[in-house]
Structure formats: C-alpha cells, structure tokens
Design a protein. Structure first.
Length: 427
C-alpha cells in the first residue's frame, strides 16, 4: 500500500524509557530556564457576578535563581482541562493506553521529504500528558485538518458534511462552523464516527503556547520566601468554556495542586528610569495596571529622591473592579504616587475611558512630557486601547502646542525612539 506523504509518524506503546522527554519545548522569547513554582497565595481583586474575576497570585521563588525587575514578564506553561482531555481520549478509544509510555519515531516507509518530529512533541511520554500539556485543543481546525479527518470517518452523512466544509462552495458553512467549534472536543463531538489515529493528530495539531503575564511586584520586598506577584482575569467563552490558562489557574487556586511551570521572557524596555527623579506617567486600564503596582512598590522601597508619578486608570465599576485599590490609595497617601486619574465605563456617570482623562487634563499632561521630560508607560490591549491612547496623546500635542499633525506624530515617534514612550501590549 502506498502511504500518503503526511503519514510519516509511528507511535509504539509499552516501551521502556523516560516517562516524558521534557527537552522538546517551544519557549517563545525565553530568557531563563523553565521553573516549577508553588502558588503561595491568591486573592480575588474584584467583586460581583457581572465583572471579570481577577486574581493577584503569589509565586514562591525560593528555588528560582533568576533576578527580575518590575516591568518584566513571565510566561506560564498552561495545562488543558483534564476532564476535556479524558473525554477526547475516550472518544478516540485511547483511555486504555492513556497512561502507558509511548515512543514516537519517523515511519521508515514514509515518502515525505525531510520528515521531522514536531518540535513540541516529546519523543517519549504518555498520551494523557501529551494532550494535557503539549497540544492546543482550542485552535480553530484548518481545512487541511478536516480533510485528514475524512479518512477516519465512517458515517456517510458526517463524511458528506466534512467534504462540504472543505470545499470551495462550503466556505460560508466553514466560517459558521468555526464560530461554533470552540474546541477539539467539540469538533470530535460534531463527528462521532471520526476516530483519527493519534499519530495523525500529532502531525496536524498546533502546540499549546505559553501565556505571558506582567510581574506586579518588586524584587526588593523582604517577603520570605522570595516571591513574585502576577495578575490574571478569567476569560469566559461560549459553551461554558474558560480560557485555557486562566481557567486552569483558577482551578489550581481552588484546589490542592498548586504547582506552576513558568519562565522569564526576554526583557523589553518597559523599565523604570534609572534616575528615580525622572517624572513618570503610567496609563493602564484593567489588568494593565499590574506592572505599575510593581513600579510603585519598587519606588516605595528605594532610598532615593523620587520624581512625580501619575497613574491614569480605568475600570468598569469603581466599587467592584478597581484592581489593587487598597495599594493605590496607600501609594497616594504616602506620596509614592503623586496623582491618580481614575474613570469607569459602566457606572452611572456614563462611559469614561483613560483617553478621556488624558484629554481632560491635556494641558498638564503635555507640560509634563514637553517641559519636564516625563516618561510615558502604556500597558494594555494592542488592538484598541494602546492605539487609542497614542492617538489621544497626538491630538493633545496638536491642541496644546498648536502643532500640525505631522509635528505631533514626529514628536511621539521621537519619544518612542528615545525610550520615553514605552508600551507593553498584548493581543
């Protein structure tokens, strides 16, 4: 029998060897080893059922030899939902070998040119760990993947539906299917007779990516053991699904298993000035405030003269999801934070965003950056908020300085070039 070009991996079970080959990993922007740390504590920062559940998490760094700075980012290696993984293994008739050691190798009879084992796949391990830690079970299925599934589907109606989804005439149906298909489990449940072999799945399924989170603490604290704080909000999806990493972290917080694997990402320029007298302007709605809590804590622990520190912060409800409100109030009282500009988008006063606050205080804002050489830090959503803040600052420069658009744009570009306008953005 002639093999298709993509039939190139072979999996054997009940082999002797390591339980898992952990050397095969994809670690984007890594600046350290992978550490395993225990969650020491976690507290919810929001209240009410109609706001996102947001947590401050404390990691134990007792066995971590890496030094960090406020503004750094860690990448957490998440795990897929264990119940979801079990249901997938059950559907594929793999439960009996789910915890048996496998070995994966290149099939000797393959006709594929330059075949390699995908970089994220351990050559030795168990299927349960493979589906739990290495495979992205939420990635939208591509048409090539659906075409592969055709070979392993037995029900005639399901075959016809898959063929239609893969065809040029089925583009609209394919797009509609992607809107409803939120997980690999849902895909399998949509085609019950489809039982692809695990070797074929490994060839097609994408890696489970690490999730980045901003550090929200200073390394100068005297906490014992050495600690690191980060912040996350639960992502709620349709069909009662949660975000892979945030859902897993919440389960860890609520359960008895508390270990998390993470690494430090390569630092960017999101750092406090070395001269602590330089004024800083921090702009970060929602969880965008997280790195600034670390900034302010770091300033508090410095034995140095401090320049002005402004914070522009926005949330939905001032009384229910003002993150780190107690800490921010304390920083204000002690002068570590010199000005707080705060707004909400769901309270009775109407929708107000940080961009509106910047515009409202444009005279003093522009004076701070033009005449006092303040450094601007923006942390938030790259798609909307970060761009809107930049546009707002350009408009403020045009208004206050009576500059044409080109001059205002050039000024902001120069600020960015000289590390006086620094962004920490997420997608």
């Amino acid at each position: 029998m002639t093999m298709e070009p993509n039939d190139y991996l072979k999996i054997s079970f009940n082999v002797k060897g390591d339980v898992e080959n952990t050397n095969r990993r994809i670690l984007p922007f890594a600046d350290s080893l992978v550490y395993e740390s225990r969650i020491l504590d976690a507290r919810r920062l929001t209240a009410g059922a109609d706001v996102k559940r947001t947590y401050d998490v404390v990691l134990d760094l007792q066995n971590v030899d890496k030094h960090f700075q406020p503004g750094d980012t860690i990448a957490i290696l998440p795990e897929n939902n264990h119940d979801e993984v079990t249901q997938i293994l059950q559907h594929l008739n793999l439960l009996s070998v789910a915890d048996v050691t496998y070995f994966i190798e290149i099939h000797m009879e393959t006709t594929k040119k330059k075949p390699i084992i995908p970089a994220h796949i351990p050559t030795c391990g168990t299927l349960r760990k493979l589906f739990t830690k290495r495979l992205d079970l939420r990635s939208p299925p591509k048409k090539m993947f659906l075409k592969m599934l055709l070979r392993f589907t037995t029900d005639v109606q399901e075959i016809e539906r898959l063929q239609h989804l893969c065809s040029p005439s089925g583009s609209l149906a394919y797009n509609d299917f992607l809107k409803d298909c939120r997980s690999f489990l849902h895909l399998l449940q949509s085609f019950p007779s489809c039982k692809p072999p695990v070797a074929r799945l490994v060839e097609h399924m994408t890696p489970l990516q690490p999730r980045p989170y901003s550090v929200s603490s200073s390394p100068l604290t005297n906490a014992t053991p050495k600690q690191l704080h980060f912040t996350f909000s639960i992502i709620e999806l349709e069909n009662n699904l949660k975000g892979v990493c945030t859902g897993w972290l919440e389960r860890l917080i609520q359960g008895t298993e508390k270990n998390v694997q993470f690494y430090f990402r390569r630092p960017n320029n999101f750092r406090l000035p070395t001269d602590m007298t330089v004024p800083i302007i921090m702009i970060g709605p929602g969880t965008g405030v997280a790195p600034f809590i670390g900034f302010l804590q770091h300033r508090e622990l410095q034995n140095a003269e401090l320049g002005a520190a402004w914070l522009f912060y926005g949330c939905r409800y001032l009384e229910r999801d003002f993150l780190y409100k107690t800490e921010v109030d304390t920083f204000l009282d002690t002068g570590i934070l010199t000005k707080l500009f705060c707004c909400s988008s769901r309270d009775r006063f109407g929708r107000v965003y940080v961009q509106d606050l910047i515009t409202k205080h444009s005279d003093s804002f522009v004076d701070k950056i033009v005449n006092e050489d303040a450094v601007i830090y923006v942390c938030g959503d790259a798609k909307n908020m970060v761009k809107q803040v930049r546009d707002t600052i350009v408009n403020c420069l045009m208004s206050v300085m009576s500059w044409p658009l080109s001059d205002a744009e050039d000024y902001v570009k120069q600020l960015q070039k000289t590390n006086r306008y620094i962004q920490d953005e997420w997608i």
